[in-house]
Design a protein around this ligand. Sequence first.
Ligand code: AMP
Ligand code: ZN
Length: 117
Amino acid sequence: MKEGCIFCKIVQGEISAEMIYEDDKSIVFKDINPQAPVHLLVVPKTHIEASTDGFTSYDAELLGSLFFAAEKAAEISGVKNTGFRLIINTGPDSGQEVPHLHIHLLGGKKLGRLVGD
Ligand code: AMP
Ligand code: ZN
């Protein structure tokens, strides 16, 4: 856990969020500022910095479990069959706001272009 990290606080229940799915490694909750009818954040319970520092081989299992959690959350929120998009913002050009690794899961409508202006 990292001091002052908003997603660590959600993991610890210090800040509330609308939970969709949880397992031993990950949580999935609704984004507070949704960009699509379904907009979820898939977040590892441990604090991993999403940065250009990159991952180590020790992160492989945890990273895999995030995609498993994303698929479960897609199923629960009803977009598994209609389709969805997973996005990881990394670093300044991506507009990343929260340094704790997270995957955006977007769906529930026909999504626009992959990259905005
Ligand atoms: P990023 O720009 O990729 O770092 O995405 C951070 C996302 O976290 C944004 O889409 C925010 O709307 C979302 N967010 C920030 N604080 C909260 C919160 N307390 N609960 C839910 N989502 C949040
Ligand atoms: Zn954190």
